[in-house]
Design a binder for this molecule. Structure first.
Ligand code: NAD
Length: 541
């Protein structure tokens, strides 16, 4: 990867540190390149070499060569190395957050407070987990009935043999150890690049595996920085490897015979292809996919709190969050007050220079994604005929209303006006499909049972949330919602201790928490016979 000659001043802090990747790629004979584009200016930031098939093979071979040594490293030693990486990540938060802002178009106020921090938190969590014996095996003393080791062996043809069994100890012991899978692959999406990389690399490396990571082609800049930090912390060469490129590079990884597991974050349709490719080798998969999550406002809610939740669930990261609560179910009686408070709150959405701490709303990540989101807004207006409550500007920049609010050099960025449709019905495309942009749909309802039934009426099941004063009712509603991640009276928080993953088409498996690392190990159960007698039907006569 090399810095583009057209770098702008605002890109000056990006120092092209990742040129070593370019050298490696060039050496491996890659001719194809792609560009990282700053979404705020639509200007190129860097040119990146697409990893050739030979480079991908070399990365997998490097991970395979490093595996035995890393797997044999004592958990406490792995933990010390990973803790050093955590300290480096935190110390370089500013630099990493700026890179994420440059690559994703998210305001620095977000990337510095959340993206790097939540990535480092998960690495710290698993580094501590393995040090405290979290991956130690489980031992189970096994006491079997005397003279009857198992039903199939109890009818020994030899009476003398049965007596011998009765005379000896009948205690055996079973233990299950957790062992690394081997070489794993991680394929990331563009909305939380560093966080996604760390949510996969942390449990993977902590458990003793080695990894080949492919970032999204839209947001590649963090990957080499992360590789450098891990190397500086003492992660041996070959344990964490990066390859670059679009779908074909990911597809090669997903089908690679030397890869034991694929952890994927992205769209449902891509996840299906990755799972199908991985199925050929019966690889393990973790799938973190899309959502169209319901946020259910209950009749007794604190309206201001519910509006806070709906704002976070729709406009944080300009709506580019997988768990977004874009279907906001509001009781008809509460609807007028909710909408008044919501429209007033829209004045607090501030587009602007992403490095300005006051900016809380950025452009979308790419021109292609901007076009997709604008097409949905147009569809909501013209085809679905949803009632427009706020926004709805379908002009692209620099004509879009948001572009007028930002400094001149940013007007050609991929800005889309935050938009709220109301009186939506479940069949509308805007209320049904994952848009992954700042588009909220308000769906009025008459009874809580109806809201729950409609909230669940989707193939997706990533997240769901409830706002209400009666905590018992909140729990009762959450218990009926079909989603892997749920919130009561808040939206979006996902600490390292919390296992997260989708139901239905939104995913397979979980990340984070104690459960998350289980997806990166093989279980090996061993039964030790302590009696000195081997149960057998072929006893000496
Ligand atoms: P995407 O599916 O387009 O791409 C994701 C990754 O897959 C990219 O690295 C891409 O290059 C790669 N890829 C594309 N085709 C491939 C193939 N055939 N084989 C292997 N890899 C392939 O997704 P995106 O647009 O980058 O990300 C947005 C999506 O990610 C949204 O649907 C969002 O909900 C989802 N997401 C989910 C979570 C979660 O935790 N559930 C988190 C973040 C994003």
């Amino acid at each position: 990867m090399a810095p583009s000659p057209r770098q702008q001043d605002r890109h000056a802090f990006y120092d092209g540190k990742v040129q070593c990747a370019a050298a490696a790629a060039a050496a491996a004979g890659s001719a194809d390149t792609f560009q990282s584009i700053d979404p705020a200016t639509a200007q190129p930031v860097a040119t990146i070499y697409t990893s050739s098939r030979a480079t991908v093979d070399a990365a997998v071979a490097s991970a395979a060569a490093a595996f035995p040594g890393w797997a044999a490293t004592a958990p406490l030693d792995r933990s010390r190395i990973l803790h050093r990486a955590v300290r480096l990540l935190r110390a370089r938060n500013d630099e990493l957050a700026r890179i994420e802002t440059l690559d994703t178009g998210k305001p620095l106020s977000e990337t510095s407070a959340v993206d790097v921090v939540t990535g480092a938190d998960v690495l710290e969590y698993y580094a501590s987990f393995i040090a405290s014996g979290g991956l130690n095996g489980e031992a189970l003393p096994l006491r079997r009935a005397a003279a009857s080791p198992s039903p199939s062996l109890s009818s020994s043809p030899s009476p003398g043999r049965a007596t011998a069994h009765a005379a000896v100890s009948t205690t055996a012991s079973v233990f299950t150890s957790k062992e690394p899978l081997g070489v794993c692959a991680a394929i990331g999406a563009w909305n939380y690049p560093l966080q996604i990389a760390l949510w996969k690399a942390a449990p993977c490396l902590a458990a003793g595996n080695t990894l080949v990571y492919k970032p999204s082609e839209y947001t590649p800049l963090h990957a080499q920085y992360l590789a450098d930090i891990l190397a500086e912390a003492g992660v041996p060469a070959g344990v964490f490897n990066v390859v670059y490129g679009a779908g074909p590079v990911g597809a090669q990884l997903a089908a690679h015979p030397a890869i034991a597991k694929v952890s994927f974050t992205g769209q449902v349709a891509t996840g299906q292809k990755v799972a199908a490719a991985a199925a050929g080798g019966l690889k393990q998969v973790t799938m973190e996919l899309g959502g169209k999550s319901p946020l259910v406002v209950l009749p007794d809610c604190d309206v201001d709190a519910a509006v806070d939740g709906a704002m976070m669930a729709n406009f944080y990261s300009s709506g580019q969050v997988c768990t977004n609560g874009t279907r906001v179910f509001v009781p008809r009686a509460v609807q007028p007050a909710f909408e008044r408070a919501l429209v007033a709150r829209m004045a607090h959405v501030r587009a602007g220079d992403l490095l300005d701490p006051a900016t809380n709303f950025g452009p979308l990540s790419s021109a292609a994604h901007r076009d997709k989101v604008v097409a949905y807004i147009r569809r909501g207006l013209e085809h679905d005929r949803a009632t427009l409550l706020y926004g709805g500007d379908t002009r692209t920049t620099p004509a879009n209303a948001v572009a007028a609010q930002v400094p001149a050099p940013l007007r050609h960025g991929f800005w889309v006006q935050p938009t709220v449709f109301t009186d939506c019905t479940d069949d509308m495309a805007v209320a049904r499909d994952e848009i992954f942009g700042p588009v909220m749909c308000i769906l009025p309802y008459d009874s809580v049972d109806e809201a729950v039934q409609r909230a669940n009426n989707t193939d997706l099941g990533l997240a769901a949330g409830v706002f209400g004063r009666d905590i018992n009712q909140c729990h009762a509603v959450v218990s009926q919602l079909q989603a892997g991640i749920t919130w009561i009276n808040t939206w979006g928080e996902s600490p390292a201790e919390m296992a997260v993953g989708g139901w239905k088409s939104s995913g397979l498996g979980v990340e984070n928490g104690r459960k998350g690392i289980e997806a990166w190990v093989n279980n090996k159960s061993t039964l030790v016979e302590l009696s000195g007698v081997v149960p057998t039907v072929f006893a000496k006569l």
